[in-house]
Design a protein around this ligand. Sequence first.
Ligand SMILES: NC(=O)c1ccc[n+]([C@@H]2O[C@H](COP(=O)([O-])OP(=O)(O)OC[C@H]3O[C@@H](n4cnc5c(N)ncnc54)[C@H](OP(=O)(O)O)[C@@H]3O)[C@@H](O)[C@H]2O)c1
Length: 241
Amino acid sequence: MIVLGSNSEIAQAFVEKILEAGGKYSTIYLFTSNKETTEKFARHIDVKFLQQTQVIELDLLKETDYTTFDEISSDLLFCATGYLGEGTEESLYDDKNTARIIDINYAKLIPVLNFFAEKMERQRSGTMIVLSSVAGERGRQSNFIYGSAKAGLTAYLSGLRNYLYSRKVHVLTVKPGFMDTKMTEGLPLNPRLTASPRQAAEVIYTAYRKQKNTAYVLPVWGVIMMVIRNIPEFIFKKLKL
Ligand SMILES: NC(=O)c1ccc[n+]([C@@H]2O[C@H](COP(=O)([O-])OP(=O)(O)OC[C@H]3O[C@@H](n4cnc5c(N)ncnc54)[C@H](OP(=O)(O)O)[C@@H]3O)[C@@H](O)[C@H]2O)c1
């Protein structure tokens, strides 16, 4: 199993879920931009599940030498890589913040996903589970750079799923909605619309087993986004969302 963004609590909850459900892998490859903290998770997995892991550095903001990953392939990839960006008004037009959001959520992530997609295509089997966001369904004033990067990611995944379908590889796009993780620490989220990493792991695992194409973590987000997508633009542009 390949995990991208291994420090994400959602990724870690999913790894635990799949191992609790009896999953066994020759190695779980934990890709991370922060090896030190991921090593702790790797040790936890080794001890709790007697499951071999390997922590591999991958910082999307640094040059990546893909040849070092050439030996790595798997039937399952879970990608939780993402970056919300700074939420202050000053950072809204800040080039560095903008580039970082676009790079981590889209521009530098797609080549990595392509790299592993091609391997799965060659082996003619596999599932790619990728966390995108409801933010990608319609641009809103509160996070339009992040939303546009996630929109690009969602469109990419839809196309990739279409391309890989006849090649026996499945792509699952997850749109989590509000999540109680370090990404949203300090943000005033409505608890009724917010899910825990454990809840997300359960939903994603079920969606994976059922070969779903897309999944919201809380079903209510499907309804909310249907409403949001259908608000006429001349009204939508006046809303504070
Ligand atoms: N939290 C929410 O409300 C929410 C809502 C909708 C969608 N999502 C999406 O769900 C996914 C997981 O989010 P989360 O809530 O678990 O947040 P998170 O803890 O911030 O997870 C995102 C992960 O991305 C990885 N990452 C960040 N910068 C990176 C870089 N420069 N290079 C490589 N990897 C990098 C980090 O893993 P490493 O430290 O291991 O590198 C980080 O743990 C993300 O794609 C996020 O956009 C979250």
